[in-house]
Design a protein around this ligand. Sequence first.
Ligand code: HEC
Length: 164
Amino acid sequence: MMQPRPPRQLGLGASTTPGRAVRLGGLGVVLALCAANALGGEQGVNADRARVNYMLNCQGCHLPDGGGVADIPRMKGFVGNFLKVPGGREFVVRVPGSANAALDDAALAELLNWMLLEISASELPENFAPYTAEEVGRYRAQPLSDVNAVRTELVQKIAHLPLQ
Ligand code: HEC
């Protein structure tokens, strides 16, 4: 199950809570939280709203914790890896489930930023920068014609990443 977390989690500031953030799971998480914090200041990231949007738009297929089932790939503990390889950042937005969601660009960006930190913080690159609405709008305007081919290629690139 997804860990219930208070909404303030996305607003943790590095300056006041570095030790606490480290206990949550390492440098990547600290940086990701910083990034989310910065975004929260600028664009009003709301973890509760993101969670509800995930429930309404994604969870029916991806399950509450992103665990996946049958032909739905497991996102939990994996999806963040896509952001480490060229094309993966775009892929996460361009898959039909994301691109076609009945959410505007800002809401989809918020959902994805929240989701990545919630279910795959450990796999995110250390320099993870949250999606902006503008970026999401650009990527989703270019739908994938062959999701499986692109996915296979990206998963191969992920498998060849040097161990960290
Ligand atoms: C109708 C079922 C369905 C819904 C709803 C859905 N997805 Fe998906 N999702 C899939 C399937 C199936 C795949 C595998 C790729 C493909 O065939 O599209 C996938 C793949 C993905 C991937 C790539 C993961 C990987 O390992 O390849 C991401 C990221 C993703 N979905 C995000 C979302 C988000 C975010 C939402 C909600 C806004 C969502 N999806 C809604 C079915 C769904």
